[in-house]
Design a protein around this ligand. Sequence first.
Ligand code: PLP
Length: 428
Amino acid sequence: MTSPVWHPFHQHGLGEPIPHVVRADGAILHLASGGTLIDGISSWWVTTHGHCHPRIAAAIAEQAGRLDQLIFAGYTHGPAEEVARGLIDLAPRAADRDPLAHVFFSDSGSTAVEVALKMALGYWHNLALDGLAQPRHRILVLEHGYHGDTIGAMSVGERGVYNQAWSPLLFDVGTIPYPAPGREQATLDALEAACTAPELPAAFIVEPLILGAGGMLVYPAHVLRDMAAICARHDVLFIADEVMTGWGRTGTLFACEQAGVVPDIMAVAKGITGGAIPLAATLATPRIFDAHKSKDRARLFYHSSSYTANAIACAAAVANLAIWREEDVLGRIATLSEGMAARLAELTRRPAFANARQLGAIAAIDLIAPDAGYLSDLAPRLRAFFQERGLLLRPLGNTIYLMPPYCLDADQLDRVFAALADAGERFG
Ligand code: PLP
């Protein structure tokens, strides 16, 4: 029987089998066929503590029987208040920067980014209404960025075959070259020039320290720090998209911490609930919030969706925050990162691989293969190869990356890297 389900980022025409998963625990997915898969990418980078974490599952069950959903326009509930306070406590901070002090909820990384962009433009719009600034609309972005698949999020991401069909809907942005090794100064010079161009930019959006879907491209903390400083000097709002990098993924709770950067606006999602249920948040400094706060209804922040701050999702986030407060999650990440680093060093010695890179619990390596382009069939063939070896991985072209749950143990890590070595033999 053919399924009516239309899958995301999946070419149904290729007839790839679609594994049916019936249950999961920790790093393991259990298949209807009876087999198992190690989830090497935390089910699209979200299940940070592993699947079905008992504390998060219990919080969801308890909240579902008490208060499930509440209109959030002008109403509130305990879990949302608790998550907001927890986020503010944990957000990056610095003595000389305004703190992130306000939290706007949404339900995916893409919408958290849309909200960030709307906040930035709303800020300049409302300042202009008071005659305090010229309106600013232009958004600066980093080359190879990815921020999601809604229209605004696509607009500020890399353009390519994956968004060509919608190009008439995407707005123009100013693209700053990615700070490739040896080209960091060119990035900073381009940003400086863009911030002083006649059309002053409203904001600059970046993935801090590593561009994810654009190829797991790592850049140094001092570049992030310098980019934020340039923006601050020219009063261009600095938006950090911590959707992938947040929740310990880069070795600190948020990647911005490693550069001492406090963004004006920060988007978080994915691991905010430990990956169990959708929730996202956009954090903002007081000046962004205050620009929307007025007796004038025309200036309120016009954004909502039915499920804003869903109470069950917020309860899951409260449980996630408790895990972060009470358990040594960073210690767990450090141990996992060390294990990944040692095995990655071994893999690099093999002739089939190049460009090994790692940041916290993210590791990536390029497979040297004859036909490795984005549209080649290498990635689907690799996916199938890994599946046969009991592993869920989703390479980006010829870049094989790992983003496992932090509970992955040494044996599981050995199995993952053995499969990677085999892939080198087979496809390299
Ligand atoms: N921003 C970044 C940096 C991401 O990596 C992603 C997703 O991978 C998104 C935004 C979009 O998040 P979502 O898929 O939850 O919409």
